[in-house]
Design a protein around this ligand. Sequence first.
Ligand SMILES: Nc1ncnc2c1ncn2[C@@H]1O[C@H](COP(=O)(O)OP(=O)(O)O)[C@@H](O)[C@H]1O
Ligand SMILES: [Mg+2]
Length: 481
Amino acid sequence: MIPKKFLQRFWAIAGAVSVRTKILGIVLALVILLGAGVTIQSRYALTTTMAAQLEEQSVSVSRDLAARSTDPILLNDLLSLHDLLDETRANNPNVRYAFIVDPQGQVIAQTFSGGFPPGLLSMNAVQPNEHHHTVLIKTNEGLVWDTAVPILDGKVGTARVGLSDASMQAALSTLTAQLLLTIVLVSATGILIAIILTWVLTRPILALVNATRAVAKGDFSRRVPRWANDEIGDLAEAFNKMTEELAHTDELRREREALRRQLLEKVIATQEDERRRIARELHDSTSQNLTSLLVGLRIMETNCAQCASKSKASDLRQVASRTLDEVHDLSMRLRPRSLDDLGLAAALERLAQEWQARYKIPVDVTIQLNARLPGDVETAIYRIVQEALTNVARHAHARSASIFVERRDDIVRTIVEDDGVGFDTSANYGERHLGLLGMRERAELLGGKLTIESTPELGTSIFIEIPLAKQQNPLVSETRI
Ligand SMILES: Nc1ncnc2c1ncn2[C@@H]1O[C@H](COP(=O)(O)OP(=O)(O)O)[C@@H](O)[C@H]1O
Ligand SMILES: [Mg+2]
């Protein structure tokens, strides 16, 4: 059993490489495995066959020598005997040595030029009842098949011949070299085929990967070609269908978003218009009427010094005066005239003053604007600050607050800060708390953004950035919402 850990480690490495490398690796491993198997088997088969052949040759050469050396030995013709030994060697390149031993065990003739090796004589002997006897001798230069054949049944001596395996080794080397060359050639072809194959196979996959990345970035126009009629082709088709669906859904979403924005813009514009109308009505008509009433009551109060209803008139005048104050207050909160007439800076100063007087929390106001801003931007900033201050009063338990507005380049930055209890900005406050949501919507409708930073026990800062469109002249602000 292969340990699981080893398999995991193997897959961690093999799995991480590209498909191209995987296929190349598999092809190479198979070719090398096949090549090694064939080489080992061929070498084994060749060795066995050649060993058997060499042994046979050894016997036949020895018997031949034994037969032909009988006469020279009997005639004691050492010269012919030497010639015979030389001939034996010359006739068969495998013959490493040959020698003749007399019945007393003395070497009569031999082929060794550098002296007869000690010990060789005793390494092989033939029994009188044997035709021949072969032993395998291991030497420094390889194996030697040594065969001893009795001459005239051993009565005149023994012929010994040694055949070396040099030719076998040479044949083995040639075979191995040829097989290695074949392996290299087959590997090269295999690699070439694998490269072509992976190129063909991975091209559509790479195209899919690239298209998927594009889709992930929001480009739904990408389509991949169907390369072949196989599974990858099916995948490409499914992918194209999916992107089409996504594009369609995205378009619907965009349309809805645009519609929602339009509606919201319209709602906000209508709301501001209506507020402006009611505020004007309250100021121009209701306040005027109340003022006339006040004046009338005062005249009544002074004229009838002895009247019984004098104190009644005085009471009524106080009620009318309080109502007038309340109407002023209401009109202010609905839509301060200063926002239309004097601009954002004046309106914010006024808002801060009244807020401070009402909630008894000091507010610091810093406004760095040297010109009027477009009407919609002024209204949006005013309403955001208004809501932010309301939140500070309702939730923060702050000791102080500050408002900061500045225009730098073409961006208006607004910061409303308090040193109150803070809150969790990541929490979802649900449908009933729409203040923060409305603030963000107003900023985003004008292409701006709203960021909230809040630290428990340290306070809350609300940052609003609204870009000013270049073509708009900040001094002319006719389109008001
Ligand atoms: N300045 C602030 N300090 C502490 N908490 C705040 C502040 N502003 C907002 N919050 C918290 O965020 C919540 C959501 O605010 P908002 O959307 O304006 O809804 P609402 O004011 O109606 O509760 C509030 O209920 C309050 O808990
Ligand atoms: Mg609120």
